[in-house]
Every structure is written in C-alpha cells, then in structure tokens.
Design a protein around this ligand. Structure first.
Ligand code: NYM
Ligand code: MG
Length: 215
C-alpha cells in the first residue's frame, strides 16, 4: 500500500472561494484514502477550537471587530500554532487533508486591497510552514456559489468580495495546482483528483522531502 514506504504522509490542500464545495471534497477524499489503507486526517483552517481560533470565529461571526492587519495575523498565527503537530503527523506517515491553508490567508487578505497587506506581505508571514504537496483549487464563479443555497452570513460572504478573492487565487495559482471546475457534481469532481492524490501520496511515502513555503 502507499503507506508502506520509508517516507512520510502527504500534505494535500483544498482551496477556493466560500461554498465552492471544499468541505464535501475533503470528506470524500478522506473516506477514499482510508478505504485504500492510507492513514489520513482531515483538518480545517481556521482551526476555531484554539484560543486564537476562538477570536477568529468571533470576528467571522461579526461578534468582534478587528482591523485587517490584526485579523490577518491571527489567521497566520492559527497556522503557525499547528506547525509542529502538522510536521509530527506527516513525519509519522499520516497524510493530512486540509480544508483551506496559507493560500486562503493570502487570497482573502490581499482581496481587501489594503496597501500594506498585499500578496507579497501575506506570503512572507507564511514562511517556514510546510508547503502543500498538492493544492486542489476548486474554481467556481461567485454567482454560482451564492446560488447554492446562499451564503451563511459570515464576514466575506458577499458576491462582490468573493470575485476579488477569486482573482487573488488566480494570481497565486501556479502550474503545480490542480485546478478543477467546481460546478460539476461532487462525485465527478472527486474522480478527477484521485490520480493526482495517489501520485503525491506515493511520492511522499517513497521519501520525497516535504517542501516549505514558499519553495
Ligand atoms: N479565511 C480563512 C481567511 O480570511 N484567511 C485565512 O487564512 C483562512 C484560512 O475564513 N470565508 C476565511 C475564508 C472563509 C473563512 O473559512 C472561514 P470556512 O472554510 O468558510 O469555514
Ligand atoms: Mg465559509
């Protein structure tokens, strides 16, 4: 099986605008990995269960206000506080499926167009975190995501803002990202990422070193 190598687990990240189907794809992938005998965990960022994550949750639910720089730093800190645990799990052979990661941090804050919080700055503060072996980008027109039963009323869940986030993702994406058309049915989408996932899980198990942001 893919877990039998001398290596490590893979870091697989799902990204995209709100309501593009990330959580569904993450669950489908976790289930299929486990069926194949791959030890895997599903995490999401922000991790709202930590002290820092609690502040982020209050901000997103509009119970607290924070300026854009302060909340950005909280999202970043919420990843850095999980760094050692991520590295430990990966080194021990567990594949991590992440529902959002550093790429969300860059895309959402850069979409605010605050001059001192541009993409370059946002990327710089992610440095040292493990790089994804695979970024699966679920691309969807914000008009379509909004039509999927509407947004949940959290901060950022507005079509105009989501369009800006989508442009930021387009700027951030490189040729290594697996970009998929997220308007397709969930099972069909799931089928389209199986091969790429298998490849990175096998390479990680075979001992390919884990990268660092921003290799
Ligand atoms: N978000 C998420 C950010 O603005 N910066 C980040 O670094 C991360 C990880 O939080 N609208 C935003 C994107 C989402 C919101 O995520 C919460 P979710 O997956 O909708 O619960
Ligand atoms: Mg959301």
């Amino acid at each position: 099986s893919a877990t039998a190598g001398p290596g490590r687990g893979a870091l697989i990240v799902f990204e995209g605008i709100d309501r593009c189907g990330k959580s569904t794809q993450c669950s489908l992938l976790l289930e299929s990995l486990r069926k194949q005998g791959v030890r895997a965990e599903l995490w999401r960022f922000p991790d709202r269960t930590t002290l820092i994550g609690g502040l982020i949750n209050e901000y997103l639910q509009k119970q607290a206000s924070l300026n854009d720089a302060a909340v950005h730093m909280l999202f970043v800190a919420n990843r850095h506080e999980k760094r050692e645990e991520m590295l430990r799990l990966l080194a021990g052979g567990t594949t991590l499926v992440l529902d959002r990661y550093s790429y969300s941090g860059v895309a959402y804050t850069a979409a605010k167009a605050v001059p001192h919080l541009g993409a370059g700055f946002c990327r710089s503060v992610e440095a040292g975190l493990p790089a994804a072996d695979l970024v699966v980008y679920l691309d969807l027109d914000p008009e379509q995501s909004a039509a999927r039963g509407g947004f949940g009323g959290e901060r950022y869940e507005k079509v105009e803002f989501q369009k800006k986030v989508r442009s930021q993702y387009a700027a951030l994406a490189d040729e290594r990202w697996l970009r998929l058309d997220a308007s397709q049915p969930a099972e069909q989408l799931h089928g389209q990422l199986a091969a790429a996932v298998r490849r990175v899980v096998e390479r990680a198990a075979a001992g390919e070193p884990l990268g660092q942001l921003w290799d």
